[in-house]
Design a protein around this ligand. Sequence first.
Ligand code: FES
Ligand SMILES: [Fe+2]
Length: 407
Amino acid sequence: MDAQVIEQLKAGIEFERTRTGPPEGFPQLPDIPAGRYTDPEFLRLEQAHLWKKAWLYAGHVDELPEAGSFKLWRRTGSPIVILRDNDNHIRAFYNTCRHRGGPLVKEESGTLPGGLVCGFHGWTYTLAGELVSLRDQRDFVGLDMSCRSLIPVRCERLGNWIFINEDADAPALADTLGPIHDYFCSLPLDTLRLVSHQTFDVNCNVKTFLETFLEVYHLKSTHPQTVDRFLDHRGTHIILWPRGHSLMLSPNRRPGWVDPGAQGMPEMAGATELEREASPSFNIFPNLVTPVSPTGLPFNLIWPVSERRSLLEVIWFAPDWGGGARHDRWDTRLRNYERILGEDLAFIEQMQASIESAGFHGVPLNYQERRIYHWHEELDRRIGADHIPASLRVAPVLDNWVREGWT
Ligand code: FES
Ligand SMILES: [Fe+2]
């Protein structure tokens, strides 16, 4: 990361530490309507306009080690098979046979030495999705096999990370990510390895949960013995970027502090003062939150299941550790992280019960919580305000506070 940008970010932290109120001209944030967290119709709009039209993290190439390796991915509700083809390209297709929709793979993951074979009547496709054989071809008079390839799903890589987008017309991933793309390209993306993958099933709306990752106002009350001991939430510098993305840069309380759980671990090439002296936490809109440390980073991915149930995936990545086992401090580090998540989870399910009660009317957000409002503004842009009942819309008020770059 550019030294001049780091200096500007440090100045941003200093401004936040010393200010006596929000900066001049910062707007009053209208309350977020309660129905956005509970209304099944609103969830349906999110499903159609957000989840099926966004770039979403779907896997790491380590999960597809050889030609023919595949994984089944259903986080948007559609069955999608992601695979490595014979040319080592990662591809994605709907797991949907072009005959009558039979599944091509039924296991969660595995290898496909003979291409993709539908179990229902045996239509066979190459790993590039071309239909190459079907039984009793004499009875499909005039069927043009070249027009019956599997339907591809947009699939792009950022280093070893695989992203999926069901929207065939979506802009390229790099263009969507903007400055976040440039930042990640300064890290050794092609050599980051998958450390661990955990999934938590949580009884709350996806937004209720996601929002806890978008602010540090809760640190003092929720994490007094953990995160609050090393991060100074009052110095948190925030950048709101177009398309709903954002950065929250929280400085360490003490200069030179090193996470005891990560002591002795090798640093990523490209790590700077930014990750050593602060915690830069990115939100790749909509559901990926990653606080980057010099020695590794977790992807926190929050997925909707129903209006009151969601899944959290926590996936850690670290610089390549060579041939042996991963660093022996990882067990402790993962346990520490799980403890922090537990502190959030202790509130979250009860909050959902409250949100569904007559005691909940809406969410007043403060200046420190503006990333949440920014997220909701983008949600309405994606859905299209005209599709949303007036009582559930959020008014756009942050336009003047969104930046194209780092400053
Ligand atoms: S549904 Fe796949 S071969 Fe018939
Ligand atoms: Fe938290």
